[in-house]
Design a protein around this ligand. Structure first.
Ligand code: UDP
Ligand code: MG
Length: 327
């Protein structure tokens, strides 16, 4: 029985997948783990590389998406195919060392009450502005939503299959893993880790993508923005009524005033702005409901390269075991 499943989302990771698997072989015994590579619509030779790996090794499964569906969808697909007692989500770029997964597994082995071991970055390597924005995001979402997100925690986690089942039981289209993990609950232990440099290639995230992701997180896990919209509307209406009364009183007492062009314009523009803002917030939720209402699948797989069931060569296993012990 497979002890550990590694779910590895890959988008244009042609130069990384082989190195990643080689590193896994250094850390784990081949018959104790499987790797579920999800090729998320890569435009480079990632799939070819995965095919070669799949031909060579029997503990590899490849889900090949029909296009790029995003990392969250890739994780969902991985969860569907993972068969291990423990399941780990890890990036293909070796920023997260498989060695850490071994520590995570150890914690799960030693502490039966812990269901999830999540890694968070002890130190962030990013600009001040980005750090500030992320800080704001976590404060905002933690205050506004029912989920409690740990700052700097990533998707890099190892968990038991009961958590996998719970996650699969949430077939929502807009998947914000950090939120889903928090929502399903379970005992979580956080361990710090140091993210290494990318082995090869470049990151797929930029500020705009992160912003969209953050918005998705907030809309998926909180309806407070809708209440804020109502609150804004109420405040502006109250101000308008008070101002209206003042104007009527002024007109009655001092007669018809010279038309206040500037005041009118400011009020009209301000009200227009607030209305658009509120409509925008409503629109965000409506759009999500609309898309979810279509019940489209989270991903479409073009094909799946299934894991082979091959007898393990005992001799090579023992040799490997000796090597690992030596290390
Ligand atoms: N990834 C993916 N689909 C995407 C974008 C990224 O499967 O649309 C994968 C990517 O191949 C990598 C992981 O998600 O294995 C993390 O991506 P990346 O390294 O670009 O993010 P960062 O480490 O910079 O946060
Ligand atoms: Mg990375």
């Amino acid at each position: 029985m497979t002890e550990l499943s590694l779910i590895v989302p890959c988008h244009n990771e042609e130069q990384n997948v082989e190195a990643f698997y080689a590193r896994c072989l250094e850390v784990f015994l081949p018959e104790t783990f499987e790797v579920v590579f999800v090729n998320d619509g890569s435009k480079d030779g990632t799939y070819r590389k995965l095919q070669i790996l799949h031909e060579k090794y029997s503990n590899i499964l490849v889900v090949n998406f029909s296009r790029n569906f995003g990392k969250e969808s890739a994780i969902y697909a991985g969860l569907k195919y993972a068969t291990g007692t423990y399941i780990s989500i890890i990036d293909a770029d070796l920023q997260q060392d498989p060695e850490i997964v071994r520590n995570m597994v150890k914690i799960l082995d030693e502490k039966p009450e812990v269901d999830v071991v999540a890694a968070y970055q002890a130190q962030r390597h990013e600009g001040k502005l980005m750090g500030w924005c992320k800080d704001r995001f976590y404060k905002f979402i933690n205050r506004l939503s029912e989920v409690d997100l740990r700052e700097n925690a990533s998707d890099f986690r190892t968990f038991r299959s009961n958590v996998q089942e719970a996650l699969l039981g949430m077939p929502e289209y807009f998947r914000f893993s950090k939120g889903l993990f928090s929502w399903v609950g379970f005992e979580t232990e956080y361990i710090p880790y140091e993210a290494a440099e990318r082995f090869a290639g470049t990151t797929k995230w930029n500020f705009a993508k992160l912003f969209k992701y953050a918005m998705e997180g907030i809309v998926s896990f909180s309806t407070v923005p809708l209440q804020i919209a109502t609150f804004c509307g109420a405040i502006v209406s109250a101000i308008a009524i008070i101002y209206g009364i003042i104007i009527i009183a002024q007109t009655l007492i001092t007669g018809i005033d010279v038309p206040g062009y500037a005041t009118t314009i400011v009020v009209v523009l301000f009200l227009g702005g607030v209305q658009l803002l509120v409509m925008g917030i409503l629109g965000e939720y409506l759009a999500k409901t609309y898309v979810q209402g279509k019940h489209r699948p989270v991903y479409i797989a073009k094909n799946v390269l299934e894991k082979e069931t091959v007898d393990i060569d005992e001799e090579s296993v023992q040799k490997h075991e000796k090597n690992v012990v030596k290390k």
